[in-house]
Ligand binder design. Structure first.
Ligand SMILES: *Cc1c(COP(=O)(O)O)cnc(C)c1O
Length: 423
């Protein structure tokens, strides 16, 4: 599905010209396609339904990839579950109409308050990442007179061959319990009266374009499932995490695997085991379904470099500054003149404030640019650095445009700050 395409010389989101969105909602603005979000969710559902081992599977959208209520409410309506990493994300998914019984709670640092909140909401499972977390969860559950459903996040020690900041399945990462310790920890969990051991999970990294590390990780996790069964601990679900990559459009980048091709070999390994499959995709569900619309304020030409200085910046889309991530950039209405090479940069006082380097563009001051594939880890990682209000966000549905986030007002930014009292 191609949610963003040129028609009559102008880039559209579904049936809406992007210039109309810029006029009505201003820039910078995140633009999502409802059809593309729906299609990416359905791709997972259909791949699960295509194999007996996936029939009762659950797709839990990793909320940190995009926590906008418009996006979350769409997934909730489609029947998705959610993978959360904080009490704040739990509040968000409930506000978006999620079923708490389809929520898994990941993360290495859950507080007692967050555990109590999730127990009271009645979530599907806690993905526990350490021995002290098990003890703490047991204590909180007993105080509330509940039993916490628990899965241990096992670190299978496989190399996902991705950027070090987004690789999580290696021994040196802070995530999960060491593979060698998992059996002992499961025994400990099974003996704690406030816990109900229900599953196992792993998440090995993000933006994986090669599906083979998933299979490697699954083999290791299944070996553990067998050892657990032999010691009398029967599990009911297996959570394979997220991490499936998307295309960002960089030259030489591989094709993103189809969800069916990623999932089928995994489901084959699970056949006949009676384990319910949980998936936690984030980026793959939203990344290509969103773009950041920004306007060129100035074109600055120099001897060494040309700059297109835009009104979007690293506070709006942090990925280029943080991981040197590549996003394809297109002129909304290319001028038809010979393109020139530009660094597309924001107005923030940091040399790292760029959205793209050395891009061929036919643009001038006042033109609109689309920073593509910005639906994941875009708005959710945005900040107010340089006292910049966060961008508006809209979701397009055919010819309609739904505002899903108001542009922040500057007053909002300091509303909870307090100047010193008068002397
Ligand atoms: C971030 C994260 C995900 C989602 O990762 P994507 O690469 O966006 O699919 C899933 N599970 C856990 C535990 C995570 O931390």
């Amino acid at each position: 599905m191609t949610p963003f395409a040129y028609r009559a010389g102008e880039l559209h989101a579904e049936d809406v010209p992007l210039s109309r969105i810029a006029e009505e909602f201003g820039t910078p603005c995140y633009v999502y396609s409802r059809a593309a979000l729906t299609a990416s969710y359905r791709e997972f559902q259909e791949a699960l339904a295509a194999h007996p081992a996936g029939r009762d599977g659950l797709v839990c959208f990793a909320v940190k990839a995009n926590s906008n209520l418009g996006v979350l409410s769409l997934f909730a309506r489609l029947g998705a579950g959610f993978d959360i990493v904080s009490g704040g994300e739990l509040r968000r998914v409930l506000a978006a109409g999620a079923d708490a019984g389809k929520v898994v709670f990941s993360g290495v640092g859950k507080t007692e308050g967050e555990m109590a909140q999730a127990l009271n909401a009645g979530i599907f499972c806690f993905n526990v990442e350490s021995a002290p977390e098990l003890e703490r969860l047991n204590g909180v559950a007993l105080r509330l007179g509940k039993r916490a459903p628990v899965s241990l996040r096992v670190n299978p020690n496989v190399d996902a061959h991705t950027h070090p900041y987004i690789s999580t399945g290696l021994r040196q990462n802070k995530f999960g319990v060491a593979y060698e310790d998992a059996l002992a920890l499961y025994r400990q969990a099974a003996a704690l009266p406030g816990l109900n051991v229900t599953g196992i999970d792993c998440h090995i990294g993000s933006q994986l374009l090669d599906p083979s590390p998933f299979a490697e990780a699954l083999d290791k996790v299944l070996a553990l499932v067998d050892q657990l069964a032999a010691s009398g601990i029967t599990l009911h679900h297996i959570d394979l995490g997220g991490g499936l990559g998307i295309r960002y459009g960089e030259a030489g980048e591989g094709e993103a695997p189809r969800v069916l091709d990623y999932l089928t070999p995994l489901l084959q390994k699970l056949e006949g085991r009676g384990l319910r499959v949980i998936l936690e995709p984030g980026r793959r569900l939203v990344g290509n379904a969103g773009l950041l619309l920004t306007r060129v304020e100035y074109v600055k030409t120099g001897e060494e470099k040309n700059f297109a200085i835009v009104d979007g910046a690293m506070n709006d889309l942090m990925r280029p500054a943080l991981y040197e991530a590549y996003h394809d950039i297109q002129a909304v209405k290319p001028r038809g003149e010979a393109p020139e090479v530009y660094d597309v940069v924001g107005p923030i006082c940091e040399s790292g404030d760029f959205l793209g380097r050395e891009r061929e563009l036919s643009v001038g001051g006042g033109d609109l640019l689309a920073i593509l594939s910005a639906g994941a880890y875009g708005s959710s990682m945005s900040s107010n650095y340089n006292s910049r209000p966060r961008a508006a966000e809209v979701m397009v549905e055919g010819e309609r445009v739904h505002l899903v986030r108001h542009r922040e007002k500057v007053e909002d930014l300091y509303a909870s700050e307090i100047p010193l009292p008068r002397e």
